[in-house]
Design a protein around this ligand. Structure first.
Ligand code: ADP
Length: 403
């Protein structure tokens, strides 16, 4: 059996997938939302499995007090709508954990000591690690007899060289507070870079590529021979590209100016940069579909927002090309990267002189499979490769428990 339950536990939500890893097939998936608040909501989807191929869908309004209650709702979804967790029992549970610091560079079986470490790393990820840990505790109570594995968002980037992850501030102060670039979206960058190599039918060891994960959060990653050597998110997921609601790179002195001159306190600056900036702050829409629609209708703010968004991507592509020395492939992934032809076109416009040329017809084709959107003459292959972080977590979990 190769069935793994993948759990992504946020502060107010629980996402899960039951995956048959050997078949690369999702048997069921679901989402429990508004944990700890009034008006909770749960959705469970049974994708349909062999000999039982109908599948079903369940949507329910239910108040959910905490993560333990969220797991009870999830189990109810399985019991009432399938598939049966007896017939399709997971042999392990894989957990997404956001911050693994410099301590975790590979998937790790969760022991009491690992939980202490994850808790301790909450200092670096106060919004994420505590919620991940609550999910782990609740899942261990719900599935006490199987191994639980932590898969860290930061792990893939632990191969970055010191020159890439070190901030140019006082060394001792940085060391004391563990201030350095960690990078995020590592599970996605790893999955997508491997899938791109498969698509190109070339050993990943020979390839140098730039992966652009453009979702609500967004990050670029330079991947050399399958290893992350540079990424745009830093100590937190705020640095780098322009995102749905996050500013990405900004002169740090702007923060000082906001506090001294605009009357914002630290929480106010935090809210501004994390929740009210990006394409939302610039163009009034945090969702790329809405932003592009507004631009198409002639909205000036939306037009500028899209230009800033794609200009930043192009800057990173140039920077990472210089770090890599050669670029075999540029790979777009996640919600925006997989779906927005206009973002892809604008982001790589004008790079023909560097051997990067998108074919407009190929770029316009929609699809759910990996595909090439560059011209045949483009020296750098430009690809769209759908990400699947849950499958990657399930694969890594299975590999570890079988080892
Ligand atoms: P998350 O980071 O939450 O996992 P996703 O990878 O699902 O996010 O990406 C969400 C983003 O993808 C949203 O900004 C959404 O607008 C964008 N998106 C989804 N479909 C399209 C589309 N057809 N065109 C443009 N953007 C899209």
């Amino acid at each position: 059996m190769s069935i793994v339950l993948v759990v992504n536990s946020g502060s107010s939500s629980l996402k899960y997938q039951l995956i048959d890893v050997e078949q690369s097939q999702t048997l069921a998936s679901g989402l429990v939302e508004r944990i700890g608040a009034a008006g909770g909501h749960a959705r469970h989807r049974h994708e349909g499995v062999e000999n039982d191929s109908l599948g079903s869908h369940w949507d329910v309004a239910v108040d959910i007090a905490d993560h333990e209650a969220a797991f009870a709702v999830m189990l109810e979804g399985f019991a009432a709508h399938g598939p049966s967790l007896e017939a399709h029992a997971p042999i392990a549970v894989g957990h997404r954990v956001v911050q693994g610091g410099a301590r975790f560079f590979e998937p790790t079986v969760i022991t009491p000591l690992v939980k202490i470490n994850i808790d301790e790393l909450s200092a670096l990820a106060p919004l994420h690690n505590p919620a991940n840990l609550e999910g782990i505790e609740a899942a261990q109570r719900a599935f006490p007899d199987v191994p639980h594995v932590a898969v860290f968002d930061t792990a893939f980037h632990q191969t970055m060289p010191p020159a890439a992850y070190t901030y140019a501030i006082d060394r001792e102060l940085a060391a004391k507070h563990r201030i350095r670039r960690y990078g995020f979206h590592g599970t996605s960058h790893r999955f997508v870079s491997r899938a791109a190599a498969e698509y190109l039918e070339r050993p990943i060891e020979q390839l140098r590529m730039i992966v652009l994960h453009l979702g609500n959060g967004a990050s670029a990653c330079a991947v050399d021979g399958g290893r992350s050597v540079e990424t745009s998110m830093g100590m937190t997921p705020l640095e780098g590209l322009v995102m749905g609601t996050r500013s990405g790179d900004i002169d740090p002195a702007v923060l000082l100016h906001l506090e001294r001159r605009a009357g914002l306190d630290t929480d106010g600056v935090d809210r501004l940069l994390n929740s009210q900036s990006g394409i939302l702050g610039l163009g009034g829409h945090g969702d790329m579909r809405d932003l592009v629609a507004a631009r198409d209708a002639g909205d000036e703010a939306a037009t500028l927002a899209l230009e800033v968004y794609t200009h930043r991507i192009r800057s990173y592509v140039g920077a990472y090309a210089a770090q890599l020395g050669r670029v075999d492939a540029i790979v777009f992934t996640a919600g925006v990267g997989e779906n927005s032809a206009v973002v892809r076109e604008l982001a790589l416009a004008g790079l023909e002189g560097f051997g990067v040329e998108i074919d407009p017809e190929r770029n316009a084709v929609r699809g759910s499979e990996a595909r090439r959107i560059s011209t045949d003459g483009s020296a750098t292959a430009v690809l769209v490769v759908p990400t699947n972080e849950e499958l990657e977590i399930a694969r890594q979990t299975l590999q570890l428990v079988r080892a």
